[in-house]
Design a protein around this ligand. Sequence first.
Ligand SMILES: *Cc1c(COP(=O)(O)O)cnc(C)c1O
Length: 350
Amino acid sequence: MFKLEEITRPNIKNLTPYSSARDEYKGSEGIFLDANENSLGSPVGENYNRYPDPYQLELKKKIGGIKGLLPQNIILGNGSDEVLDLLFRCFCEPEKDNVITCPPTYGMYEVLANINNVETKKINLIPETFQLDTDKIMTAINEQTRLVFICCPNNPTGNGVKWNDIKLILEKVNGIVVVDEAYINFARYKSLIPELLNYPNLFILQTLSKAWGLAGLRIGMGFASSEIIHVLNKVKAPYNINSMSQQIAMQALNELPKVNEWIKEIVEQREMLSAELSTLPYVTKVYPSEANFILVKMQSPQQVYNFLAEKAIVVRDRSKVALCEGCLRITVGKKDENLHLLEQMKRFAE
Ligand SMILES: *Cc1c(COP(=O)(O)O)cnc(C)c1O
């Protein structure tokens, strides 16, 4: 049975959070002499002389409207990485607790564990199918396991993970299961957001960096029970999302139809690219993808990488990553970019 009480670090449980000027007075009209801001204005005219809303309420309402969630079930971070870091700082006691990752996967989970001095138990995915090795994960889970990271669709393999496997882990661990859905918009299956109602230890991570086309704004989104969000809110930097990012994200979220068009186009291009890549004589496997990139196994991946780099086409060399031997990871680009890539890759074979 999951008990948030038991997994929250004692120093965090007892923490009196910093109370900012904007926490204490929430109105938007008035003469503001409470935050030592420059009352004369900002040099660029906008309201940048004022501190931003520490809890980003308007933006959370907007995101909540799209995702079917209330603001109290949402935390925003300066990129997903900030949200991930908060999970470590709230729930993992350094040198005592552990977390589980399932390589090959997103590298930040382990980097953040190392920064926070928390042990990482690595349970590799099953070769070729890249599904979770649930037997080994079940054995690895112990009293000190606080976080289990499941990336779905997984980076760099591109596949989705079976819900039944995730469910087993959710039911077993007295810790938080973090399902990283950075690429969910490109997948054929749906987000696990509705399952938040059934699993108090489920934490879903999404981002505006991929399908929403806002990697430069740095906005990551965590969805969970209001109890988990409350703990994270105590620890986050008071003004962690700047005014400009909040404003631009508000505008961008009005563009849902355009973003949905892009998603459709990227998925079409992904299927085209997958089919064409598999016809190349030196390509030995194109892994099925639910994301906006494709993992491709080939002979001489490094030579292909260098050949493409000489033509100013940059892909990601994953050929030295365990279980990805011989693989390059290729992001789906614009149609003409993809065609150009294919043309060059055909040329490599000649
Ligand atoms: C790109 C990516 C993210 C997003 O990171 P941001 O910090 O929000 O830009 C998160 N998880 C995975 C697996 C990713 O590949």
